[in-house]
Design a binder for this molecule. Structure first.
Ligand code: UTP
Length: 278
């Protein structure tokens, strides 16, 4: 249904310095697998097999990760270690990968616009790989969103209830409930103070966007720090009644922060131990 997924991955990752000085934050491992690989697995499981990445300076490791490493493969061929690469080999086999560079880091909206040549004129998924989303034993968050897209045929944003004190870290939605976990968005506010937030439903790093978003981003004037926000363009779609907010099933970890990263690492490690024991 939706075949393309865009990964904006050009950000500096300043919350994770010095680790991210010369290494993309998307390559940080959760146990033994980099964040970007979890994201691509989630996209492929939702049927999105054309992967587009918006990268930047110092992000070459992302391209190398989704490529064959002949010397390494030759070295471990026939040993027990070979199976450690099964997951990444499946992605390399079943997905196509294309890349473009964001030359100036002018915000998420600008990064998505930079990815336009990789997407074209079709609806597409967006994954911010530093948000790790897991739904153990059930469909991934993007796959859940594709099901909703089938019904509504408009942009879908994944939302999560957050403590009111944290609203200033997120885009916050206001809308009308259609059914328990689904709302039609009327308005979004970027990083509101707790007292100004219209709700406590925060947009996290999973979207399905209709391609008219590109034109809307193009006509969005830069805001604070010269950044072009995605929220402004989404607000225009919301005014037309074309944005659905979805309270997804599963857990989301903010792995762009040290605390979220550690929580995710502990969670995945414990799940693996539990799975091994059963
Ligand atoms: P963040 O807000 O997490 O920014 O971006 P950041 O630079 O990655 O990290 P911190 O806050 O400095 O620690 C959200 C997502 O948008 C991408 C980032 O790579 C991340 O996936 N992004 C952001 C871009 O691709 N380009 C930009 O100009 C800004």
């Amino acid at each position: 249904m939706i075949e393309k997924c865009l990964f904006p991955a050009a950000g500096y990752g300043t919350r994770f310095l010095p680790a991210t000085k010369a290494m993309p934050k998307e390559m940080l491992p959760i146990v033994d697998k980099p964040l970007i690989q979890y994201g691509v697995e989630e996209a492929l499981d939702a049927g999105m097999h054309h992967i587009g990445m918006v990268t930047g300076r110092g992000k070459r490791a992302l391209e190398d990760h989704f490529d064959i490493s002949y010397e390494l493969e030759d070295q471990i061929s026939g040993t027990a270690k070979e199976s450690a690469l099964d997951g990444i080999r499946r992605l390399i086999r079943d997905c196509s990968f294309s890349y473009t560079r964001q030359i100036e880091m002018k915000g998420l909206g600008h990064a998505i616009l930079t990815g336009r040549p990789l997407i074209g004129d079709v609806p597409f998924g967006v994954v911010l790989a530093d948000d790790l989303c897991l739904n153990h034993g059930g469909p991934g968050v993007l796959a859940q969103m594709v099901e909703l897209y089938r019904q509504f045929r408009c942009s879908i944003v994944a939302v999560q209830d957050v403590p009111r004190a944290d609203t200033a870290s997120y885009g916050i939605v206001e809308g009308e409930t259609i059914r328990g976990d689904v709302m039609r968005v009327t308005r979004m506010v970027e990083k509101p103070k707790p007292e100004d937030a219209p709700s406590t439903l925060a947009i996290i790093g999973r979207y399905i966007l209709t391609p008219d978003i590109f034109g809307l981003i193009e006509s969005t004037p830069p805001g604070r720090n010269g950044e072009i926000q995605l929220t402004d363009a989404l607000n225009e779609q919301a005014r037309r009644g074309c944005v659905i907010a979805y309270r997804f099933k599963g857990r989301r970890f903010d792995c762009g922060s040290v605390a979220g990263y550690l929580e995710a690492t502990n969670h995945v490690y414990r799940s693996r131990l539990d799975d091994a024991a059963t």
